[in-house]
Design a protein around this ligand. Structure first.
Ligand code: AMP
Length: 213
């Protein structure tokens, strides 16, 4: 199963990706997590990407496309994968099609801006594996510690309110055409992501079942 999760920052793509990963055992490919790892390790890509990420802007297409090309060629992607945070621009969506990786479906997780702003302030992320939690709606069973790998949970720098507003602006400007692209080519399924994690997951699962994936 090759699936793309689309939606605004804070719509719940990461959380739904985790649910699908647990259910289907296919890897989550999160460009945001890969970029953050590169920043932490101080790689060339990380150094080049840092300022874009910190300001809430997108990292240039060529960098992200190269990164995805190399990640999708790895053996663990053969049976399927969940793309979280890619594609985010029309050029990235076209580049993905050019890679001849047939995507089964694109799920757009639809959430109001008001809900997103509330969610982002409570979001906590694992410093090591990137798993995401929310202080009230999806807390870790081990307070302040990641259930998946035991590392500390933190507030991401780019989840600060002023950066979130910029990320939402960039989303409307650059990622809205991606939604249109998949809509026009009949590959988009809309899911209401305004409810609980479980409710959204049930809707995502229903969409997958309807496609007989
Ligand atoms: P995320 O963790 O998906 O919210 O991504 C965090 C940040 O990483 C974004 O605000 C961008 O700066 C960068 N980023 C992640 N994915 C992409 C992408 N597909 N294209 C460009 N920048 C990206």
């Amino acid at each position: 199963m090759k699936i793309i999760l689309l939606g605004a920052p804070g719509a719940g793509k990461g959380t739904q990706a985790q649910q699908l990963n647990a259910g289907f055992g296919i890897p989550i490919i999160s460009t945001g997590n890969i970029i953050r790892e590169n920043i932490d390790k101080g790689t060339k890509l990380g150094l080049a990407a840092k300022a874009y990420m910190e300001s809430g802007d997108l990292v240039p297409d060529n960098m992200v496309i190269d990164l995805i090309k190399s990640r999708l060629s790895k053996k663990d992607c053969e049976k399927g994968f969940i793309l979280d945070g890619f594609p985010r621009t029309l050029s990235q969506a076209i580049a993905l099609d050019d890679m001849q990786v047939p995507i089964d479906m694109t799920v757009y997780i639809d959430v109001s801006e008001e809900t997103i702003l509330k969610r982002m302030s409570g979001r906590r992320v694992c410093v090591k594996c990137g798993f995401t939690y929310h202080v009230t709606s999806n807390p870790s069973a081990k307070k302040g510690i990641c259930e998946n790998c035991g590392a500390a949970l933190i507030v991401r720098d780019d989840d600060k309110p002023e950066t979130v507003v910029e990320r939402l602006r960039v989303f409307h400007e650059k990622t809205a055409p991606v939604k249109e692209y998949y809509e026009k080519t009949g590959r988009l399924v809309m899911v209401d992501g305004g409810g609980t994690v479980d409710k959204t997951n049930a809707l995502v699962m229903a969409a997958i079942e309807a496609k007989k994936l």
